[in-house]
Design a protein around this ligand. Structure first.
Ligand code: HEM
Ligand code: HEM
Length: 174
């Protein structure tokens, strides 16, 4: 068994790429509310959608890399308690799940309007509207994802305060 001090380069790369993409996707997402979903505004929605689907694909690759390189991960952190361990593991699993669910629901929401035919050269559907239930689900999934990220980042800093050890070097590109 090899002893690594850092996560594999590929996982580090995807971690920070996902982080930057999420910042941009969130920002664009919040501005979308002010725009009607029509052919003229399609590029705005498209950019949000393409970056969102990129996060989904990156997350599937990331899960695969994690599983196949499980012998190349750094040693487990020092958990404060059994509860802390269960909490950290759950937050990591939930992050993966919501990095897939949020874009997936977004994609289904757009697909359901029939607007993808426009991307394939067809006409933009008349009075395209998002299904209210799917929109709510997308908003809930995105909200949960944001909350998980806040808890995750707080956890990294609290760990430093409690143990004096920084976890950042394990996830650092340099
Ligand atoms: C979009 C935002 C973020 C997501 C979705 C995310 C997700 C994750 C996940 C799933 C892991 C577990 C390791 C893995 O499977 O790759 C992880 C580890 C880590 N993240 Fe993040 N992260 C985000 C932002 C941040 C930020 C802003 C920081 C900076 C404080 C950070 C610092 C770390 C560190 C230091 C680790 C390694 C923890 C360890 O040593 O086990 N993350 N992150
Ligand atoms: C990680 C991926 C994603 C994140 C974090 C995200 C985030 C957001 C946010 C914050 C909003 C604004 C919600 C509101 O306040 O009403 C939004 C709206 C929206 N998202 Fe996403 N999104 C993601 C992926 C996707 C994908 C892949 C699609 C489609 C393929 C999509 C389609 C939409 C649409 C159409 C809206 C606008 C709904 C409206 O007009 O109010 N999203 N998204």
């Amino acid at each position: 068994m090899m002893h690594m001090t850092k996560y594999p380069k590929s996982l580090i790369f995807i971690h920070w790429l996902t982080f930057f993409l999420i910042l941009i996707i969130f920002y664009i997402g919040l501005t979308l509310e002010d725009y009607e979903f029509n052919a003229a505004n399609m590029n705005r929605f498209r950019l949000h959608a393409i970056l969102g689907v990129t996060v989904l694909i990156l997350t599937v690759i990331r899960a695969y890399v994690r599983l196949t390189k499980s012998d190349q991960l750094p040693p487990k952190i020092t958990y404060y308690s059994a509860f802390h361990k269960a909490f950290v593991v759950s937050v990591h699993y939930l992050l993966y799940i919501f990095l897939i669910l949020a874009p997936l629901i977004g994609f289904i929401m757009v697909y359901q309007t029939g607007a993808l035919t426009y991307d394939l050269g067809g006409p933009f559907p008349t009075d395209a509207e998002f299904d209210a239930g799917l929109l709510l689900l997308h908003q809930i999934a995105v909200f949960i994802l944001a909350a998980l990220i806040v808890v995750h980042v707080a956890g990294v800093f609290i760990y430093k305060l409690k143990t004096g050890k920084s976890l950042l070097s394990r996830m650092s590109i340099f």
